[in-house]
Write a protein that binds this ligand. Structure first.
Ligand code: SF4
Ligand code: SF4
Ligand code: SF4
Length: 260
């Protein structure tokens, strides 16, 4: 059975211990300056965002059908049967196709490196295979980030919504989006307010069905032509989005490099 994370933003107190634990787990730097960064980056795989008294984590969604993996030309990214979408850093050639393919804007680029690669949350695969929780779930003092079997977490989330209908919006984000993800989110506000793509925009169809066809430029016949056109539109649109995000990231990395 696949493992997953259930993040219940209504239980989150914004302590950022998950950020620190993630950095420690992945041997990344963490300081007051990095804690203050409100964006993900190649050195910050997860971020806790704040809006008023509301908090929201961002991290790789560990899609059941990861578009990043289908777009990667060298097979650096792959879905494991345990749930995590891992990658082999040594295989990565820095082409950034995965950044274009990911609907959740998760893979980040090492702009400041001479040998730049893509980085993202890998769901602590060594811990998961060893039967442990992810580092962020283990450290979480309120249980807002919970690790477990995906099916059990879905039942848990459904029960929370049933018992507390005034606390939660009646949806589990990630249950069906892009064919389902292994990060599930419960919230009292729309996750879109924190940068998650709207469910209507990304749909329930696994993204590899679009990206695989478009990236490989496989010619198809009329019955699937609309799918291909949709994929081309989506990829083009994503390229624009990624280009804008990259410009921001580059500027930020430059600024951080001069302040750390
Ligand atoms: S969220 Fe993006 S990077 Fe993470 S598994 Fe899905 S497609 Fe890949
Ligand atoms: S699952 Fe592991 S790699 Fe991903 S955010 Fe949590 S601690 Fe970091
Ligand atoms: S450790 Fe838990 S409570 Fe603290 S910010 Fe992370 S998810 Fe929220």
């Amino acid at each position: 059975m696949g493992k997953a994370l259930l993040y219940d933003s209504t239980m989150c107190i914004g302590c950022k211990q998950c950020e620190q634990a993630c950095a420690d787990q992945n041997k990344l730097p963490y300081s007051e300056a990095i804690a203050a960064e409100s964006v993900q980056s190649a050195h910050k795989y997860t971020v806790v965002l704040t809006k008023g008294d509301k908090f929201m984590r961002r991290l790789c969604m560990h899609c059941e059908h990861p578009a990043c993996a289908s777009a990667c030309p060298v097979g650096a990214l792959h879905k494991t049967k345990e749930g995590p979408v891992e990658y082999d850093v040594w295989k990565c050639i820095g082409c950034r196709y995965c950044m274009v393919a990911c609907a959740f804007n998760q893979p980040k680029y090492e702009w400041g490196s001479l040998n730049p690669r893509v980085r993202k949350c890998i769901m602590c695969p060594d811990r998961v295979v060893a039967g442990k929780q992810t580092a962020c779930a283990e450290i979480c003092p309120t249980g807002a980030t919970k690790f477990g079997d995906r099916d059990d977490l879905i039942k848990d989330a459904q029960e929370r919504i049933r018992q507390n209908p005034s606390t939660y919006l009646p949806r589990i984000y990630g249950l069906n989006e892009v064919g389902g993800t292994c990060v599930l989110i419960l919230a009292g506000v729309k996750v879109e307010e924190f940068g998650y793509p709207a469910s209507e925009k990304i749909g329930d169809t696994p993204m590899p069905e679009y990206t695989g066809r478009v990236m490989e430029k496989v010619p198809d016949f009329i019955p699937v032509w609309s799918l291909v056109l949709g994929g081309i539109y989506w990829i083009s649109h994503r390229r624009d989005e990624v280009a804008a995000a990259e410009a921001e990231e580059r500027a930020r990395e430059g600024k951080n490099g001069s302040t750390r």
